[in-house]
Each structure stands twice: as C-alpha cells, then as structure tokens.
Design a protein around this ligand. Structure first.
Ligand SMILES: Cc1cc2nc3c(=O)[nH]c(=O)nc-3n(C[C@H](O)[C@H](O)[C@H](O)COP(=O)(O)OP(=O)(O)OC[C@H]3O[C@@H](n4cnc5c(N)ncnc54)[C@H](O)[C@@H]3O)c2cc1C
Ligand SMILES: *[C@@H]1O[C@H](CO)[C@@H](O)[C@H](O)[C@H]1NC(C)=O
Ligand SMILES: *[C@@H]1O[C@H](CO)[C@@H](O)[C@H](O)[C@H]1NC(C)=O
Ligand SMILES: *[C@@H]1O[C@H](CO)[C@@H](O)[C@H](O)[C@H]1NC(C)=O
Ligand SMILES: *[C@@H]1O[C@H](CO)[C@@H](O)[C@H](O)[C@H]1NC(C)=O
Ligand SMILES: *[C@@H]1O[C@H](CO)[C@@H](O)[C@H](O)[C@H]1NC(C)=O
Ligand SMILES: *[C@@H]1O[C@H](CO)[C@@H](O)[C@H](O)[C@H]1NC(C)=O
Ligand SMILES: *[C@@H]1O[C@H](CO)[C@@H](O)[C@H](O)[C@H]1NC(C)=O
Length: 606
C-alpha cells in the first residue's frame, strides 16, 4: 500500500465557496493594540473562551489565529468528509512525528486543524465526555474538587444541544436523552444514515453479550462507557458543529470581539518585573505562515487583564518554548534566552492510537464502491449540497465500543493499572463500513470493513520540543508510541478481542477474512506485535504538554486555575493541560474544560 491520502479525489470534486467571514485578515484593520484579553488560537477551546468572556459587553477580546477561515468550506461542513481535511492540506499544520523507536523507526503525519474552530473543524465529529473517573482523577491530581465529575457535569447543559437525527428516526435505545443537554451551545445528534453493518454489530452484542454487551449511551460521565453502542456526533441536520459554527457564531457580531486570521503568534513577551514575571504582550506575524521565513508585518498586542494561550497541545508547547518558557538548558542550546525555567513544558505528551484492522467482506454494500467512483461521489455531493441528504450527512462511523482488559491479565503482575478507575476502559473498538485507514487509499477492487482498535490508557509518554529558534520551523513531535509493555500488551489483546468479535455468527456470511499480509500473518503474540508496530497510527488526541498540577506541586506547567506557574497574566486553556488523556475522544472534554475555565477567568477578574 502506498501512503496516499484517504479518498483524495473527493478534494478534487469540491471547490470551497467564497469566504464571507466577519473576521478580519490584516493587522491594519485593528482599531487598537490593547484589549482586556488576547486569546492565542481560534480553536476548540479558544473560541469557547472568546464567546463566554464577550457575553459581558464591557469586556474586549482579540483572538489571534494562524489559520484560515472555515466559512463555506464544504469539506469542513459535511461530516463524512472530515477525513479529507487532513493531512497535508491548507487546513492542516502538516506536522510529521519523529521516527518511533517502538514502531520500527516509522514516522507519519500528525494532523492538527489550522482554520477557525481549530481541530473541532477538522475532526471526525465523535462527541463524548470521558468517564467520571477521568474527571475525578483530574480533581485528585490538581487538588481542585471543581474538576470532579460532580461539578463538571453541570457544564453539559451549557454546552450541549441534543437534536433529532437528520432522518428523524426514533433514537430509543441509541441514547438516553435525560443524560444530555437540550439548550446548550453545540448541536449534536445520532447517526442519520445507517451503514449496512449496523445490524450485524447489534446482533454481535447479543451473541457475545458477556464480552461485548450493548450500551445505550456512549457519552460517559454519569453512564458507564463499557459496551458497544451508537456514536453521537457533533453535527446536526447533516452539518458539522464546531466551536466556530456555534460559540463563535453566537458572538461574532459583538463589537468587543475581534478575530484576526492569518496571525501567526511567534512569542509571548515578558511584561512583569524580574522578581514577578508576567506575560501580557503577544508578538505575531501577519502571514499564512507557510515556509520557514514568510513575509508579513510583525505586530505586538497587549492584554490589560490576561493572555489566554489556546494553541492546542502542539502549538501551546511550541509558543511557550519560543518565549523562553521551558527547559532552560534545552532552550539555551537553541540560542533562546531562558525567561522562566520549567522543565515540564513540552513533556508528558500522551496520545491515543489507531490500528485499522481491515477485513475483506462479501457483496457490494460497503461504501468502497461509492468512494472509488467519481460519479457516485459527485451524486453524494449534489445530495448534500442541495438537500442535506445522502451518506455525507453522517459521520464515517455509526457504532463503537469501550472495553477493559481482564483484571487477572498477566500484565498487572508487572505494572499498575493506568486506567483512572475500575470502571473506565483500556481500549476502544470502532466499526466502519469501508476501507478506513488514514493515510492509505482504498484499493482499486474489493469490499471492506474496518474494525479500529484504540489504546485509551497509554503509559508511554513523549515530548514536543523545538527544532530551532525559528518559530516557523515545525516542532519535534515524539509521542514515543508503544514504548511501554502495557501499551503493546493492550493493543495485542485488542486485536485478539476484535478477532473474537468478528468470529460471532452475525458475521459468518459477510466477513471473508483479514485483509493485508501482516494482518493475515498476525496469528501468535510475536506476529500480532509486529503487525501492530508496523501499521498503527494516531487517532489525534495529544494532551499533557502543559500539564495541570497542584498549586503547591514542584512539577507541572499550570495550576488548577490554569494560570502558568510562576507568572502573572497568562493562562493555558486547551487539551495540553490534561495530565492524562481522557478515556474518550477528546473534543468533548476540551469543551467542558473550556466552559469551566471561562467561569474561573470571569470570577478571578471581577
Ligand atoms: C483529524 C482529527 C480528528 C479528530 N477526531 C476527533 C473526534 O472525532 N472526536 C473528538 O472528540 N476529538 C477528535 N479529535 C481531537 C479533538 O478535535 C482535539 O482534541 C481538540 O479539538 C483540541 O482542541 P484544542 O483547543 O486543544 O486545540 P485546537 O482545536 O487544535 O486549537 C488550536 C488552535 O490554535 C491555532 N494555533 C496553533 N498555533 C498557533 C500560532 N502559533 N499562532 C496562532 N494560532 C495558532 C491552531 O491553528 C488552532 O486553530 C480529532 C483531531 C484531529 C486533528
Ligand atoms: C458595563 O459598564 C457599565 C458602565 O460602567 C455598567 O453600568 C454596566 O453595569 C456594565 N455591564 C456589565 C455587564 O458589567
Ligand atoms: C468595545 O469596543 C468599542 C469599539 O471597538 C470600544 O470603543 C470600547 O472601548 C470597547 N469596550 C471595552 C470595554 O473595551
Ligand atoms: C500543508 O500542505 C499543503 C499541501 O502541500 C499546502 O497547500 C499547505 O499550505 C500546507 N500548510 C502549511 C501550514 O504549510
Ligand atoms: C437505522 O437503524 C436504527 C436502529 O436499528 C433504526 O431505528 C432506524 O430506523 C434506522 N434508520 C434508517 C434510515 O433506516
Ligand atoms: C432535493 O429534494 C427535492 C424535493 O424532495 C427533489 O425534488 C430533488 O430531486 C432533490 N435533489 C437531489 C439532488 O436529490
Ligand atoms: C482470568 O479469569 C478468567 C475467568 O475467571 C479465566 O478464564 C482466565 O483464564 C484467567 N486468565 C488468566 C490470565 O489468568
Ligand atoms: C509527567 O509524567 C510523569 C510520569 O508519568 C509523572 O511522574 C509526572 O508527575 C508528570 N508531570 C506532570 C507535570 O504531569
């Protein structure tokens, strides 16, 4: 298989419609260089903060975003086309990870959204909260009971707006409505376009109910994540809901909110005293930021109250280090003056993995036949554009599940359980009705289904460090995948469990067998490990590079109120502050985190 992009031809069939954003594109359009708050990154978290802070018309906010507008970008609007937005497009940062010692020296693309909404505009629309134990562990680690689920659950009502599926079907048994918000900011919904494998997945939960029980709500929080059920999507009426289409859209006409795109932040500038440092000024370059030395004016803006750093797990670690905030010795080696020594900046990178287990199947009901035909894809595009119908109104996946490895598994004699608690999952299973392997094209012939395995509780920890002092050089991203025994053990067990799943009678007249030489050969532990190390990639959930810890702790990057340790006027609000990756897809946890962060900021700046 050659590493070319998933349904790359879809890109060619669609042209983005013209932008009509009310955002501005040039620093000359700024009427002032001083605001109450300057937010770095118009991403998932950044736009929640911008929206909540400007609810008060007396508060002025500037948001700086390096990327482009999302307005009229059909690829970002049609949920099924999420996987076409990355990697290596004008909507992506185009990162590549360093050679992975746990993966035979492999490297691969590491997508991050680079448009309004950030990764919430480029993701695959799975929407969850994480488990109650994820949040309770965060509360215990940070010493702040406000991060416990008993408090965080209150933000569901502000955030979530559950609406009927686009086809209006009865969702009884697919979701428990009482657990959801109905008047919040972000419309979510259940699948509208059934995949032909869905009934077989549900039948498997009956035939193998001990190992793969049905779960009637897959959001987490107040309801267990264990079992198999239906995916809830950040989408409604066949259109993606991102932080841009929701939180920003609600705030965009407020006179005291300014959003500047093409604004590539290059550093924070120290504004405090030598004895008490502060960072209330931000330097950026007006430029799309492509190339290592792009043209464009350099501008400095100031915050009266605070700078909020919301550039994501990669961007935040990079900007802190470019500002001299990080490991003093490492920065000095690169010729960067150390301003605030903190060796934990860019450490503790933690991510979920994605292993696409592909099966050859009978018949031609899989989506492969549509996706490899330009004319059939064109029909789907027409349906979506004219009537918001057809398969593109849906996520790429309808069913998924969460499972634990058994408590008597041999690995627990040599390591403690990394799950946040006894009812949180170790791994995830995702079923999809076609050849779904990010970075690889659908083969020219054949019908397929993909059963993805995800490691949810990795022990491996990586780093995001600067390659040079040039802010336009990509940072060195090293997730250190599969470098701990627990991680490869759990992936191996997941592959075995997926084989048991597919062994259910429900699949006997459908699945022909594993696809691909290494999967076919993966019959004993050693060959399963080789298969995993050779094929695994990311499911795009990096966290931890600006970890939260107790206010009194010597380690960590931010305090429980998300203020940078050892400085004033600067806070980090994005996925980078999670010390452990939640046991779920991460956009929902980021939304809840940002909602509470907005409350903390408001309360501390009365
Ligand atoms: C391809 C993909 C698929 C995913 N699928 C799912 C899914 O289905 N479900 C789910 O829950 N999660 C998913 N995720 C993960 C989820 O989207 C992220 O965890 C979450 O959106 C991160 O939010 P954030 O606010 O931390 O960062 P982001 O949303 O990435 O925001 C960071 C913003 O800062 C900007 N920025 C960065 N550096 C600079 C700079 N120097 N100057 C100015 N601006 C800057 C970026 O352009 C971006 O807009 C996916 C992610 C990706 C990339
Ligand atoms: C905004 O400021 C005005 C004038 O100081 C004040 O009367 C008003 O209460 C303020 N509004 C809010 C929401 O703080
Ligand atoms: C709100 O914006 C207006 C127009 O840009 C400006 O004159 C005013 O000072 C702003 N208010 C605050 C509180 O910054
Ligand atoms: C990413 O790669 C694409 C395709 O080569 C390119 O068009 C885009 O400008 C790149 N993005 C950045 C931020 O360099
Ligand atoms: C999809 O499947 C669900 C559950 O089996 C069912 O309730 C719904 O009617 C189906 N929708 C369509 C459009 O077939
Ligand atoms: C859109 O819906 C209308 C009314 O139901 C129908 O006449 C038309 O054929 C549909 N268009 C497409 C492209 O499906
Ligand atoms: C774990 O327990 C189950 C059921 O009690 C048993 O079947 C299995 O063999 C045990 N596994 C190990 C590794 O001991
Ligand atoms: C980073 O990870 C290590 C190992 O898991 C842990 O000991 C340390 O406390 C973590 N630091 C932070 C700041 O989370």
């Amino acid at each position: 298989m050659q590493p070319i992009k998933l349904f790359s031809f879809v890109l060619a069939t669609l042209a983005a419609t013209p932008s009509f954003a009310v955002t501005i594109t040039q620093p000359s359009q700024l009427t002032t260089l001083t605001y109450d708050y300057v937010i770095i990154g118009a991403g998932n978290a950044g736009l929640v903060i911008a929206s909540r802070l400007t609810e008060n018309p007396n508060v002025s906010v500037l948001v700086l975003e390096a990327g482009v507008s999302d307005q009229g970008v059909i690829l970002a609007e049609a949920p099924f086309l999420g996987p076409t937005l990355t990697p290596n497009t004008i909507y992506d940062w185009n990162y590549t990870i360093t050679a992975q010692t746990g993966m035979d020296g492999k490297t691969f693309a590491y997508p991050r959204g680079r448009l309004l909404g950030g990764s919430s505009s480029a993701n695959y629309c799975f929407h969850q909260w994480g488990t109650n134990e994820d949040w309770d562990r965060l509360a215990a680690l940070s010493g702040d009971p406000g991060w416990a689920w008993s408090n965080m659950r209150n933000y569901i009502q502000k955030h979530e707006k559950l609406v009927p599926p686009a086809d209006g079907h009865d969702t009884t048994g697919q979701i428990i409505p009482a657990l959801h918000g109905t008047h919040g900011m972000l419309p979510v919904s259940m699948p509208a376009n059934n995949q032909t494998i869905d009934p077989r997945v549900l039948l498997t939960t009956q035939q193998l109910s001990a190992e793969f029980p049905i779960n009637h709500d897959m959001s987490g929080g107040d309801h267990s994540l264990l079992g198999i059920g239906w995916v809830k999507s950040s989408a409604a009426g066949g259109v993606r809901s991102s932080s841009s289409t929701t939180y920003l859209a609600a705030a965009n006409s407020r006179p005291n909110l300014t959003v500047l795109i093409n604004a590539y932040v290059t550093k924070l500038i120290q504004t405090g005293t030598a004895s008490r440092k502060a960072f209330r000024s931000v330097q950026f370059k007006n430029s799309p930021g492509t190339g290592t030395s792009p043209a464009g004016a350099t501008v400095v803006v100031n915050a009266r109250k605070e700078v909020i750093l919301s550039a994501g797990s990669v961007g935040t670690a990079q900007i802190l280090q470019l500002s001299g905030i990080g490991n003093k010795n490492e920065l000095q080696t690169l010729g960067i003056t150390s301003v605030l020594n903190n060796p934990d900046v860019g450490e503790n990178l933690s991510d979920h993995t994605l292993l696409p287990n592909i099966f050859s199947v009978r018949g031609d009901d899989s989506f492969d036949h549509i996706l490899r035909s330009n004319s059939l894809v064109g029909d789907e595009v027409t349906d979506w554009v004219t009537n918001k119908t057809g398969m593109f109104i849906n996520n790429v996946v309808n069913n998924f599940g969460f499972a634990r490895i058994p408590s008597n598994a041999s690995i627990f004699s040599t390591t403690t359980d990394p799950a946040p608690g006894p009812t949180s999952p170790h791994w995830e299973i995702i079923t999809s009705n076609f050849f779904f392997s990010p970075g690889f094209n659908i083969p020219a012939t054949g019908s397929f289904m993909t059963v993805v395995a995800v490691l949810l509780t990795p022990q491996s920890r990586g780093t995001i460090k600067l390659a040079s002092s040039n802010p336009f050089d990509h940072p060195l991203i090293n997730p250190n995948y599969l470098t701990k025994d627990f991680d490869i053990f759990t992936m191996r067990e997941a592959v075995k469990a997926i084989k048991r799943f597919i062994g259910a009678p429900a699949w006997s007249d459908y699945v022909i067998g594993p696809y691909g030489d290494s999967f076919i050969a993966a019959t004993d532990d050693a060959s399963i490990d080789a298969y995993v190390r050779g094929l695994m990639t990311t499911i795009f959930h990096p966290v931890g590079t600006a970890s939260m810890s107790k206010a009194t702790a010597s380690g960590g990057v931010v305090n429980p109120d998300l203020k940078l340790k050892g400085a004033d006027g600067i806070r980090v609000v994005d996925a980078s502050v999670f010390p452990y990756v939640p046991s779920a897809h991460t956009q929902g946890p980021v939304y809840l985190l940002a909602e509470r962060a907005a409350d903390i900021i408001k309360a501390q700046n009365q």
